[in-house]
Design a protein around this ligand. Structure first.
Ligand code: ADP
Ligand code: MG
Length: 505
């Protein structure tokens, strides 16, 4: 819900303003400006002001207490775990935690809102300004967070089961949401997508929201305006409840185009709430802002202001897990990974844990972070992606992959043979060292066997021998042939050496 009072500072974010993301129009270049309001369902067993379960997928109206159904005289009681989750999230967003905040009533009528108002926070939210760092096209930038507040979700109206009836399911009524409001710092669809992706990753690391967009547990209201570069901010439209990262990108692009066309045709943008239709690829008007904004907010007399001590915050801070930015920096520094590879590995906590488990099985001397990252990202994740599995369902364990990487590290097998071993591990399981031993896959470093193969290849290709003497870059062809001749088992370095000696180059 749109519940922001504090005026968003209208100055530019210097990093964002420099971005080359301009859109061509008939009257020159345009800049798109984006600010997001993300609703994240709090991970908690019970609701924000009642003890009812938050479990997903239960029979309609089976998780509804008298408080959730707004029976007269029932009083809300704040759920301490939801408060802790909001504070953890604020800490993860490098944000100011407000030791005193206030719950307000936001009044509106909706059949699935039996109270006739939503309990939310307005002027005094639990979390204030913060920031998130995102990477787009190799450059990193900061996106400001305006605030985070706690509020209740509404129930669900169901219209499509029986044409002449509407049903109301209150299971969701009263479930805790965090509304996380960004500053208007983003300048492209890609930046908006990177922001939501990063926010989702942080929430999942913190364990404060599962980030499941398909279930609606994370959804975004996307505010879009356009302007000529350097001009004041334009009038924005808010696209409600966009529920996938891909749709966020599409919604930004089509809405920016729509606004540019209107302005270039001499019209003006009306501030309004719109809906994105992914099938038609367009946004359409839902309601104008004026009528929607008369919520008559006032402090909820049933709830005292929410106050806690600095020690409460410090206690939660001390127990925060290592967050993605810190983990990424550590992977780059300690294991020599590229920024890109480290970014891929930390995108999900389980993936990063898997990678570290692979490294921990390697002995000193074979603990090569880059090779391990390469195997985890390209071979394992590539294969998991193809079969739509996540790392928790990997048929190859971190211990198995670690021992495979170790066999490459101590030159028992070549990288090429390792791929064959990986296939066997994937399909049949087993111990990599045993597989290599029992199937005769060990790298041949025995010079006698390699010399024999070299002699055969040289004898069979007199024309190529003449060429390689004039053009030493041809040597690669010979190396390839010899390795092939030995069934992929000859150590490339040894082959190289012997070839050079025999060819006299
Ligand atoms: P409201 O409470 O009416 O929704 P806010 O001014 O607090 O209003 O803004 C809500 C969201 O809209 C924020 O995420 C903010 O960054 C974004 N926003 C504000 N102004 C603009 C603008 N001109 N263009 C794009 N987004 C904007
Ligand atoms: Mg809003």
């Amino acid at each position: 819900m749109t519940t922001v009072t504090k005026a968003v500072p209208m100055q530019d974010n210097a990093a964002a303003a420099k971005s080359p993301n301009l859109i061509k129009g008939n009257t020159g270049d345009w800049e798109v400006v984006i600010g997001l309001e993300v609703h994240a369902q709090v991970n908690s067993r019970s609701k924000l002001f009642s003890g009812s379960s938050t479990a997903f997928g239960a029979a309609p109206n089976s998780h509804v207490s008298l408080v959730d159904a707004a029976m007269p005289g029932m009083l809300p009681v704040i759920n301490a775990e939801c408060v802790a989750q909001a504070v953890r999230t604020g800490l993860g967003l490098n944000a100011q935690i407000n030791l005193k905040s206030v719950f307000d009533r936001k009044n509106y009528f909706y059949p699935d809102l039996p109270q006739g108002y939503q309990i939310s926070q307005y002027k005094q939210p639990i979390v204030g300004e913060g920031r998130i760092e995102i990477d787009v096209d190799g450059a990193s930038m900061k996106v400001g967070i305006e605030r985070l507040h706690l509020e209740q979700d509404a129930g669900k109206s169901i219209h499509d089961q029986h044409p002449e009836f509407s049903y109301v399911d209150l299971n969701r009524s009263g479930v805790a949401l965090m509304e996380i409001v960004s500053k208007p710092d983003m300048r492209s669809a890609k930046q908006a997508q990177a922001y939501v992706t990063k926010l989702r990753t942080i929430l999942r690391y913190l364990g404060t929201c599962d980030g499941d967009m398909e279930k609606g547990n994370l959804r975004a209201d996307v505010n879009v305006s356009v302007r000529k570069p350097g001009a004041a901010l334009g009038t924005r439209c808010e696209i409600k409840n966009v529920n996938s990262i891909r749709f966020i990108g599409q919604a930004v692009d089509v809405e920016a185009r729509r606004q540019i066309e209107i302005i270039e045709d001499g019209g003006k943008i009306d501030q309004e709430t719109r809906l994105f239709d992914p099938v038609k690829g367009e946004t359409r008007s839902m309601r104008s802002k004026e009528e929607a904004h008369d919520y008559r907010y006032f402090p909820d007399p049933d709830l005292l202001p929410l106050e806690f001590k600095p020690e409460f915050v410090a206690g939660l801070k001390a127990k925060l897990p290592e967050l993605p930015d810190a983990k990424k920096a550590r992977f780059v520094k300690d294991f020599g990974l590229s920024n890109y590879d480290a970014g891929v590995l930390v995108a999900e906590r389980e993936n990063a844990d898997y990678f570290e488990a692979v490294l921990s099985t390697l002995k000193d001397g074979t603990r090569d972070g880059k090779t391990a990252a390469n195997w985890v990202i390209n071979e394992l994740f590539g294969r998991l992606n193809k079969e739509s599995k996540d790392v928790g369902a990997s048929p190859v364990s971190a211990a198995q992959l670690g021992s495979l990487v170790g066999l490459i590290g101590d030159s028992t097998i070549s990288g090429k043979i390792a791929k064959d071993v990986f296939e066997i591990l994937w399909a049949e399981g087993g111990d990599p060292a045993e597989i290599v031993e029992s199937r005769g896959m060990k790298q041949v470093t025995d010079t006698g066997a390699i010399e024999k193969a070299v002699d055969e290849i040289i004898a069979a290709n007199p024309d190529k021998v003449a060429q390689v003497i004039a053009k030493p870059t041809m040597l690669g062809w010979f190396v390839g042939q010899v390795i092939k001749q030995t069934g992929g088992k000859a150590a490339p370095a040894t082959v190289n050496e012997i070839l050079k000696k025999k060819l006299g180059i």
